[in-house]
Design a protein around this ligand. Structure first.
Ligand code: FMN
Ligand code: MN
Length: 468
């Protein structure tokens, strides 16, 4: 899969993508159809007939595990935990992108500069009623480059349509584009930047993934694909652009210039602030797009949407990868539920091999680079329980967990979006570590009730006779 179009073709073949030919309004109607369809577990949608526009809009690309599996080139029945294992394995060998000639890059089919730049030519949706405006950058990412080392970063940070050649940015402190922007600021220069809207969905998943600083998301995409991502030079910025992108906005961000931005319905299901805030923005100097481009967007909002699924995938995979790197024995599987957007809650199953082993796993999880930021609750269960089997996890929390013994509260770095903390104090979160295993060192363990295997066979043979 190299682009959005391959995703659509393969998705249609497999019944995972549907075209909507009826006319829909970009103003709330499109997003509401998408959201209700997502809540019903429906397919990805290609809105071909958006009121007042010729450009189609794609939504809900990553909202099911099945579609995430398809994007990663894995079997469609893979669980999230299977995808974590595949990610960790493939991610061992990074593959840098390959530059191709402009003549072979469809993203250059149309090049607009100067007075031809008008972002209102795209059917940018208004997603939720209280959003501060239309958001053009949702299922997109910004490409930026470190001015000192040349490290190229892909990062998904929301982008509001703020004018015909301006889009908002919201680089939260410490995010990679923020680190880079501060370096350009110190040099007294604006930061060259490109926004990519519509591309190989894996690149969006990686834009939102917490890949380590100084590692390029392009190289991880190459690793997962087993093939270098094809890129082409920007027209006005010295940045590698995915050659098969649908729409690319090139420009610059000046750390000392601000516009009012927001609010925007976040993935927590709440607004992160109460009104607009002054934020940096990107001055768009050039738009390139394919013939008949597709605008890709996502609903964000309350779980489960693309944001939750992509985070549950990449954050869970990264947590698993980082736990494996710690070489702790006995780890069986990890599950980061999409309902917690893969970042607030993690469940780990393990085979205990020595006293203190379960404690080690709990503290290891919050000490990984992934777990150290935002993770609030970690539950560890024995190997007989699959961490994604929530009824069994509830069983373990009810019958194995003992609050007197196995609950620890710690403090750690929070995300500023966590609505369980007051808006003005979201730097530090509590962390809850729950040991729902049977203690390793108990001499006398509870005796499990097993069915008699012969009797099971016998009654199964009588099932029809019993009228069941
Ligand atoms: C749809 C969507 C919107 C997001 N919006 C923002 C945002 O506005 N600001 C931000 O800092 N992170 C945002 N994130 C989370 C980042 O993508 C994520 O933290 C990622 O790791 C950033 O890339 P980086 O690690 O290279 O900085 C968003 C994620 C998604 C999926
Ligand atoms: Mn990064």
């Amino acid at each position: 899969m190299k682009d959005m179009r391959d995703f659509i073709v393969e998705g249609e073949e497999k019944g995972l993508v549907k075209r909507i030919t009826a006319e829909v309004d970009w103003n709330l109607e499109l997003s509401h159809i998408a959201k209700l369809n997502e809540e019903a577990g429906g397919p990805a949608l290609l809105f071909e007939n958006v009121k007042d526009y010729d450009t189609p809009v794609m939504t809900s690309v990553c909202t099911t595990t099945e579609r995430c599996a398809m994007i990663m080139g894995q079997p469609l029945d893979a669980s999230l935990t299977d995808l974590y294992a595949a990610w960790a394995k493939l991610g061992e060998t990074l593959i840098p992108p390959k530059e191709i000639d402009k003549s072979e890059a469809p993203c250059k089919q149309n090049i607009l500069t100067g007075g031809d730049i008008d972002l209102y030519k795209f059917p940018v949706p208004q997603w939720y009623p209280l959003d501060g405006g239309r958001y053009i950058g949702t299922a997109h990412y910004f490409i930026t480059k470190d001015p000192e080392t040349g490290w190229v970063n892909l990062g998904t940070y929301r982008a509001q349509l703020l004018g015909k050649d301006k889009i908002g940015t919201q680089f939260i402190k410490g995010k990679h584009a923020d680190i880079m922007l501060k370096k350009y600021q110190a040099m007294g220069k604006p930061m060259p930047c490109a926004s990519v809207i519509g591309c190989d969905p894996l690149l969006f998943i990686l834009g939102a993934a917490r890949v380590s600083a100084s590692v390029s998301e392009y190289d991880v995409a190459g690793a997962i694909r087993g093939e270098a991502v094809k890129v082409v030079k920007g027209e006005t910025v010295d940045l590698p652009i995915p050659a098969f992108a649908e729409i690319v906005l090139e420009g610059e961000v000046d750390a000392d210039k601000f516009m009012e931005e927001g609010p925007f319905g976040e993935y927590t299901g709440y607004y992160s602030g109460v009104g607009t805030d002054p934020r940096n923005f990107m001055d768009v100097k050039c738009i390139t797009h394919r013939d008949n481009p597709i605008l890709w967007g996502t609903t964000v909002g309350r779980a489960v949407t693309d944001t939750h699924m992509t985070m549950a995938l990449s954050y869970g995979a990264t947590l698993w990868e980082q736990l494996l790197q710690m070489k702790i024995p006995g780890l069986k599987a990890v599950y980061c539920p999409p309902e917690g957007s893969g970042r607030f809650l993690a469940i780990i199953s393990m085979k205990q091999m020595y006293p203190g082993h379960a404690d080690q796993v709990l503290t290891a999880a919050i000490s990984t680079e992934m777990g150290a930021y935002g993770l609030k609750t970690v539950i560890v269960v024995d190997e007989d329980i699959d961490p994604w089997d929530i009824p069994r996890v509830m069983y373990a929390l009810s019958f194995r967990f003992q609050p007197n013994r196995s609950q620890v509260i710690k403090r750690g770095r929070s995300t500023p979006l966590d609505p369980s903390l007051p808006i003005e104090a979201r730097e530090i979160t509590g962390r809850l570590l729950l040991d729902a295993t049977i203690p390793y060192d108990w001499k006398q363990k509870p005796i499990p009730i097993e069915l008699d295997p012969q009797m099971v066979e016998r009654v199964k043979g009588r099932w029809t006779e019993l009228g069941l």
